[in-house]
Write a protein that binds this ligand. Structure first.
Ligand SMILES: Nc1ncnc2c1ncn2[C@@H]1O[C@H](COP(=O)(O)OP(=O)(O)OP(=O)(O)O)[C@@H](O)[C@H]1O
Length: 310
């Protein structure tokens, strides 16, 4: 798969000495939706700002479409659309003019047909003569997307596109992102909503404290989510798991009162629970209670972030 954004050893130390990026390596595939997931302050905005030329890196390198973000800044920037986290629009400007203006900034010839297509796609056509201050928060975010797309970038960065928006609007946004992907736009989306990454990303990158902790296909992550655990409380404590149960790789609790069995709900050969229950009875163990738990992307994420902090 060909990559469109390449990041190698990217570092950013702010003037006050704070190291916001600690050598980030990342390869973004052409045409994918990559969710950059991380807690507050992880470095998501710093990474995006650096790639977009707003922040100067302290070390390492990055390129967009083969253009170095410093040496080939103009060419790299022309390939990028950026939808910033903060809504900053000229309040008295009409929607259509603010979008046209953004295209002009890139020195591109005006293209009314493209402006119309973009506004229609984002359900803004009816509002084109409204001043931006008259729009709802969700509509303003759509205008930001239109502005970011109007110079026909191949890579779109969306920084927290659905922060603070209601559930319905969030789903609308996901739909828009899906349509853009269908047109071949590569999309990088920062979010701390795990469900957002689950819903629309092809791959998920987890960043914490300026470091990328994991980059993985969502499908693989979802498989990990298919893992469940069954905790079995025993009527009588044991000191060791009987040899006859070794194939189940049970974890014995410190107090000997329970054992935990891990299984995969999507496994080909079933969960193994029925056999385990029979084996427990044959081993003479009596059960007091059972509990099941699902590991979620959220837990994987929290676990990773915690490990990173250790
Ligand atoms: N100009 C700056 N000077 C010093 N430190 C900064 C500056 N900008 C950001 N930081 C710090 O760098 C770290 C990363 O910030 P960044 O905005 O990239 O995080 P983020 O992952 O986007 O978080 P959020 O989701 O809260 O926006 C934070 O600890 C932040 O306080």
């Amino acid at each position: 798969m060909s990559s469109i954004v390449e990041v190698q050893g990217l570092r950013k130390v702010y003037d006050d000495g704070f190291e916001a990026l600690k050598g980030v390596d990342l390869s973004i595939h052409k045409g994918e939706i990559l969710a950059l997931l991380g807690p507050n302050g992880a470095g998501k905005t710093t990474l995006i700002s650096t790639l977009c030329g707003i922040t100067t890196p302290t070390g390492g390198s990055a390129s967009v479409g083969g253009h170095d973000i410093i040496g080939g800044y103009r060419a790299a920037r022309a390939m990028i659309g950026l939808v910033p986290q903060e809504v900053a629009l000229e309040p008295f400007e009409k929607v259509i003019n603010t979008v046209r203006f953004s295209r002009g900034l890139f020195g591109k010839k005006q293209d009314d047909a493209l402006v119309e297509r973009t506004l229609r796609q984002l359900s803004l056509w009816d509002k084109r003569h409204n001043q931006t201050k008259e729009l709802s928060g969700g509509m303003k975010r759509r205008v930001l997307i239109a502005k970011a797309l109007i110079h026909e970038p191949q890579v779109l960065f969306l920084d927290e596109p659905t922060a603070g928006v209601d559930v319905e609007l969030r789903r609308d946004m996901w739909q828009v992102v899906e349509e853009l992907r269908a047109q071949g736009v590569t999309i990088i989306l920062t979010t701390h909503y795990i469900e957002e990454a689950e819903a629309i990303a092809d791959r998920v990158a987890v960043i914490n404290k300026g470091e990328i902790l994991l980059v993985q296909d969502k499908a693989t992550l979802m498989q990990q989510m298919g893992r469940k655990s069954l905790r079995i409380e025993l009527a009588e404590p044991i000191t060791a798991v009987p040899e006859a149960l070794s194939e189940y790789e049970l974890e014995l609790s410190d107090d000997g009162q329970s054992v935990t069995y891990h299984y995969d709900t999507r496994g080909q050969s079933g969960t193994g629970i029925t056999r385990l229950m029979q084996a427990l009875a044959q081993a003479g163990l009596h059960l007091r209670d059972i509990h099941t738990r699902q590991s979620s992307l959220e837990e994987i994420f929290v676990g990773l972030v915690r490990e990173g902090a250790a």
